[in-house]
Ligand binder design. Sequence first.
Ligand SMILES: [Zn+2]
Length: 178
Amino acid sequence: MTAAMYISDFETRTLTPRQKAWDIAATVCDPEIPVLTIEDLGILRNVQVTETGKVTVTITPTYSGCPAMDAIRDDLKAAFAKEGYEDVEVNMVLAPAWTTDWMTEAGKAKLQEYGIAPPSGMSTAQRHAGPIRLTMAVKCPQCASLNTKELTRFGSTSCKALYVCQDCKEPFDYFKVL
Ligand SMILES: [Zn+2]
């Protein structure tokens, strides 16, 4: 980390350069699930602004090889260009690997409204660290029934599995716990 610029709220009563840059980065949405921002998903890991105004954004892909990352990189640069930032670097960090535990509660609520069941339960890493938890039932985003069944392990994208609700009979995507 180079000399990042931090101005306290006490001095300026406005957003620090880092907060301002973070807010710009946080407007970028996931190309596969446009209702979720990269902040909602926990993809956005860090934003730094140097004294010369160079912005460095650090993102962690949801899973390796996800083609959405190229689109996110382009969208980040475009979002900053629109706000007058010319020197923007997007770094991809693969470790520690992204897990659905990083998804924010707001993000999970938005997913459910969008008709995708949010990941339920904990990732493998979390399970190993804490007490043993049983896999939770997947809740139907339409009628909230827990009487659901997996149809295929891989739905419209490899992040999701296709489920069907046995009460309202509606099929839906489930964002798998990773
Ligand atoms: Zn249902």
